[in-house]
Design a protein around this ligand. Sequence first.
Ligand code: ARG
Length: 461
Amino acid sequence: LSNKMWGGRFAGAPDAIMEEINASIGFDQRLYRQDIAGSKAHATMLATKGILTQSDRDAILAGLDEVQAEIERGEFTFSRALEDIHMNVESRLREKIGDAAGRLHTARSRNDQVATDFKLYVRDYIDTLVRQIKALQLALVTRAEEEAETILPGFTHLQNAQPVTFGHHLLAYVEMLGRDAGRLEDARARLNESPLGSAALAGTPYPIDREMTATALGFDRPTANSLDAVSDRDFILEALSAGAICAMHLSRFAEEMVIWSSAQFSFVKLSDKFTTGSSIMPQKRNPDAAELVRAKIGRILGALNSLLVVMKGLPLAYSKDMQEDKEVAFDALDALSLSLAAMTGMVTDMQPNRDKMHASASAGFSTATDVADWLVRELNIPFRDAHHITGQVVSMAEQKGCGLEGLTIEDFKQVDERIDSRIHKVLTVEASVAARASYGGTAPANVLAQAARWKTALTGE
Ligand code: ARG
């Protein structure tokens, strides 16, 4: 039995191991819709240019619709001997419509075909991811509005620093996610040139119309260099880079969820829907979803790394190495999509423990900066000196075993006699956050304004 696809040149069949290492149908079958859309655009264009007869075109279009329906009904038998999605679809088409199917591959190669399919696929996936990011942002904005006045300890070095509002903290992620969506949209815009018609590497002698197929497939224009078109995989690298940055942001947030939901912190309670129990310890509620989101960056960044290494040093144009682009990319995109969905669920369901957050925010002399600011503002003391005086105040409170609000006015005067009782009103965490009303600051009024701005941007209302 000679080779099924190119029997002309080959007398023998491939070794079983050859078939196994060579075939991509196990994973590229998910490109079937893009592959068929590309073929329909190509056949339509070939007929318009007189390269294909109208009746062949009609047979091809109808046959491809049938193939697609078979795949979607789960009735299609994918064959490893046919290597990949392109040959599987074409071979089935031939079974259905005969010779006309053999004319579909005129002025085309699997090299421009696979680049086209994958670009279409990544483009669609970017659209999905951007929608998912926006859904997560909206969930965060909704919670931020509810928690605009909730006091949370703000940390630097994971040490109590200054109180912030919980809403402000949540909106920080909304900003990051906004940039993540922007990066994906940038990648989409650069990706959107059609490789179709570049053929194997050099273009084609047929009088094809690449503008026509580009337009039919929603591309902005055809690629300008056929060698580049069949060799380019930076569109995936760019999507994966943007995806890895987004996954990194999700990982940071997931880590905070893990910390916040611990018994020691108890800032939030995660819902039953996004936690698991322990098979031995009955009291446990484990933040597994958050932990897995924290971890997914590993495989997403791994995919980026893997593909960069595959592409590095590859001479132009197509080499089979490039078939290694798909599995890792699919896996990474799926992981990011799942992470976004899980995060959206966790954010929507989490229950903040406002009392616990408040108590924790008040601990650790978190309003010390407010004392220093008061000394500057009311007594015109230079900030460096005010910092020193406040340090003495903190040290006194530490010795007395109380918070700053536990110090009497006599205590303050013992440190610096210029201090008067007005100092007491800046010692609360509420006063501290309300005072930080500079643009971008944590004040509840700012949180509400920023949440409203995002809501408008995200819902178009
Ligand atoms: N399955 C191949 C891939 O994913 C399609 C392109 C094959 N081209 C070739 N000349 N063998 O890269």
